[in-house]
Design a protein around this ligand. Structure first.
Ligand SMILES: Nc1ncnc2c1ncn2[C@@H]1O[C@H](COP(=O)(O)OP(=O)(O)OP(=O)(O)O)[C@@H](O)[C@H]1O
Ligand SMILES: [Mg+2]
Length: 219
């Protein structure tokens, strides 16, 4: 489903080049949950942003469903991002002027197959399953870090994506809630989705089918 071939990523910052990723070769399949581990600065978020089509590698090939991502048109990339991929950011990226329901419903905005009522119902079910159904009218600054994280997760799941990318989705959660989130992500992988999770906590080992360790940008 996703294949990375000899991926390298260099960042240029004030004439200084930072080698964030080197020699990354890996395949991600549907129906599996992958854990990405490694110390801070080892390249985990960079790797995820490349898979999520948010940044381009400096060299190497990224294939999605057999298509070379660098050969796809802007429009195809935008459609992939909208319809196939879900990205849960390390910082939650919630819209501060929208309440929880409005934030979560965003990806459904252009969906013409559902009525407004069905969309709200879908969002409410998702929020309930994540244990934040009673926070739907709150604004992001009225939520704890863990609650904001769950809103970000609900928003990502709203569009029923095939590929779910989560950058430290459990970082601001207590153990009980971390287990809840990982169980939900595991369930999604069992529904034949490809789930990739960055996690610095060993707890991920209980859920992942495979763990990828990064060290100084190498696997
Ligand atoms: N936009 C950028 N410009 C320049 N350097 C960057 C940029 N983004 C990341 N880096 C550098 O690339 C390296 C890898 O960063 P990355 O964010 O992928 O690490 P990480 O493993 O996700 O770390 P953390 O666990 O702290 O989130 C780091 O040395 C970082 O400073
Ligand atoms: Mg990171």
């Amino acid at each position: 489903m996703i294949e990375l071939i000899n991926i390298q990523k260099k960042y240029l910052l004030k004439n200084k080049s930072i080698n964030a990723l080197n020699d990354i070769n890996i395949k991600f399949e549907e129906g599996k949950l992958y854990g990405i581990m490694g110390e801070s600065g080892s390249g985990k978020s960079t790797l995820m942003q490349i898979i999520g089509l948010l940044i381009e590698p400096t060299s190497g090939i990224l294939k999605i469903d057999g298509h070379n991502a660098s050969k796809l048109s802007e429009k195809n990339i935008a459609n992939l991002r909208k319809e196939k991929l879900a990205y849960i950011f390390q910082s939650f990226n919630l819209i501060p002027t929208m309440n929880v329901t409005e934030n979560v419903i965003l990806p459904l905005y252009t969906n013409r197959n559902l009525t407004k009522k069905e969309k709200v119902e879908k969002v409410n079910n998702l929020l309930n399953s994540l244990g934040i159904g009673n926070r739907n009218k709150h604004y992001p600054n009225q939520l704890s870090g863990g609650e904001q994280q769950r809103v970000a997760i609900a928003r990502a799941l709203c569009n029923n994506p095939d590929i779910i990318l989560a950058d430290e989705p459990t970082a601001s959660l207590d153990k009980e809630n971390a287990i809840k989130i990982l169980s939900i992500l595991k369930k999604l992988s069992n529904q034949n989705k490809c789930v990739i999770v960055i996690c610095h906590d060993d707890i991920i080992k209980d859920y992942a089918d495979e763990i990828i360790y990064l060290k100084n940008g190498r696997m």
